[in-house]
Design a protein around this ligand. Structure first.
Ligand code: TYD
Ligand code: MG
Length: 486
């Protein structure tokens, strides 16, 4: 029987099937399988070990220099990359179409060029004139960036494969690039994988830092950057709500730095502007004295970020009450509601509950539990939380409030922004004897400064969720009959 000449490849995760199916078994994505030519997959290496070179195995210890860094001139980008670009490394910048990837990278290209590096910006999506127009709008026309509009990999490779070539290369986007030796259409998994592989290999041999832009789309016709995530050194996601002007650059993988850092930008008429004090920005639209709003003192990487959490608890007209969550984990909301019911006797589960993190930020920390509970209680009782109160703490299943990391940094940030009071978990056992207001006797100057700043703040320790509930007038709330009397 003749061998089939085509195969079906999931455009989301790259899994290969011999038959078409509606759903990819590997990643669960629907309608993501498309037909591709079998000749596009590389042949397995025949001939076993013949012709190979013996590898020299070395120990784990040894002297390796820290990788040299090229600062980008945009400090939020430096923060996310871990201190600048590493020569020979590849960065993937993913994000929804229209979120501002091209704008960010054009600004980065100009900033890098201004530090004296040679830059190649290769756009496959826009013509040279379009990019120039954008550069003019952003006021970047004086920067020495090498610009080209191209999609054929052959042309790009012969430009970059040069010892005198550029030090930083930006490919916008990888989905528009194609190799004429493959039959598949540009944007298919085979093309994206082959082009990125070759570009990354070129980056390694020629030592340039490579930015690859990748779109994230739900449609199966364009390969998700997922298939490239394992090939590159760093994966950055550029996210934000289209209706909001805030944009967040988040590292989800970084071989040269921490992955929990974020860079915050604001999209303005003149392009992306760095936001050095995100808390002030996220709290800017807050209106005082409304119920259902509470400020959470959170951490994003090494940086404290204060953000408003809004909740709405409303009587439900439906058999199954609605739950809608923006910016937080809906499973976690269910848990907080269940603990409020089981441990504090408050029957909120029959209500519609809406939760929103203001400003389009996405919170992943369990430390937000207590702030969410406070926002829920505030909405349910119609009692505003004081505008100068910041809250943080993780809630356990028995209703206990658990300590969270970097409490001092959170308190310091709250004090700096003029908050007068904080609800926080009890300090860990070893420190329990210390007074809540820390004396400025701490070891380093930074700790002393933190303690001084936190001094203007009254910290109220909340050991159990019931202590929080006791701060609200709960007479009018429906109670569970078998309230937590045990
Ligand atoms: P763009 O960088 O083209 O997005 P992507 O490359 O991720 O698809 O950004 C597109 C949006 O940004 C567009 O809707 C207009 C907006 N924008 C501004 O608000 N200000 C600006 O200065 C620029 C250049 C774009
Ligand atoms: Mg673009």
């Amino acid at each position: 029987m003749a061998k089939p000449t085509s195969q079906f490849v999931c455009q989301s995760c790259g899994a290969v099937y011999t038959k078409w199916a509606g759903r990819c078994d590997a990643c669960g994505e629907w309608n993501s399988l498309t037909e591709e030519s079998r000749s596009d997959t590389p042949k397995a290496l025949g001939g076993g070990a013949k012709g190979g070179r013996k590898l020299e195995l070395v120990g784990l210890s040894g002297t390796s220099k820290a990788p040299p860094r090229m600062p980008t001139g945009i400090s939020e980008l430096d923060r996310v990359t871990g201190g600048g670009l590493v020569p020979g490394s590849a960065l993937l910048v993913g994000g929804d179409p229209g979120i501002g990837k091209s704008t960010l990278l054009l600004q980065a290209a100009a900033a890098l060029a201004d530090t004296g590096l040679s830059i190649a910006y290769i756009s496959g999506e826009e013509a040279v004139d379009q990019v120039r127009l954008r550069a003019a709008r952003l006021g970047l026309t004086d920067s020495n960036v090498g610009l080209a509009s191209a999609t054929n990999f052959r042309d790009i490779a012969s430009t970059l494969d040069d010892p005198q070539g550029p030090q930083v290369v930006i490919i916008d986007s990888i989905q528009t690039m194609y190799m004429d030796t493959l039959d598949s259409a540009p944007g298919s998994v085979s093309q994206v994988r082959a082009c990125s592989h070759e570009l990354i290999r070129l980056a390694k041999t020629r030592g340039f830092a490579l930015f690859l832009v990748g779109h994230v789309t739900k449609e199966g016709s364009i390969a998700g950057p997922r298939v490239m995530e394992h090939m590159v050194d760093t994966v950055l996601y550029f996210e934000g709500e289209r209706g909001h002007q805030f944009r967040i650059l988040r590292a989800v993988k970084n071989r040269f730095g921490a992955t929990d850092e974020i860079g915050v930008f604001e999209m303005t008429q003149g392009g992306l502007v760095e936001v050095t004090n995100p808390s002030a920005l996220f709290l800017a639209e807050r209106r005082g004295n409304v119920s259902g709003s509470c400020v959470f003192a959170g951490m994003e990487g090494s940086r404290p970020v204060l953000v408003e959490i809004q909740a709405l608890v409303a009587a439900s007209g439906l058999g199954t009450p609605r739950r809608a969550v923006v910016g937080w984990d809906s499973g976690r909301l269910g848990m907080v509601l269940a603990v409020l019911e089981a441990r504090c006797g408050l029957a909120l589960a029959g209500n519609d509950v809406y939760l929103n993190v203001a400003g389009g930020l996405r919170i992943g920390e369990p430390a937000a539990d207590l702030a969410v509970a406070a926002a829920l209680m505030s909405s349910a009782t119609g009692t505003p939380v004081p505008a100068d109160l910041a809250v943080f703490g993780e809630i356990g299943l028995s209703g206990e409030v658990r300590p969270v990391a970097q409490a001092d940094v959170r308190l310091k940030e709250a004090a700096k922004l003029g908050f007068a009071e904080a609800l926080a978990p009890p300090r860990r056992k070893s420190r329990a004897t210390k007074p809540t207001k820390k004396a400025p006797d701490a070891a380093g100057p930074r700790e002393a400064e933190a303690a001084r700043a936190a001094d203007s703040l009254t910290v109220r320790e909340i050991g159990h969720l019931q202590d929080l509930v006791a701060l609200f007038p709960t007479e009018n709330l429906s109670r569970k009959d078998d309230a937590a009397s045990e």
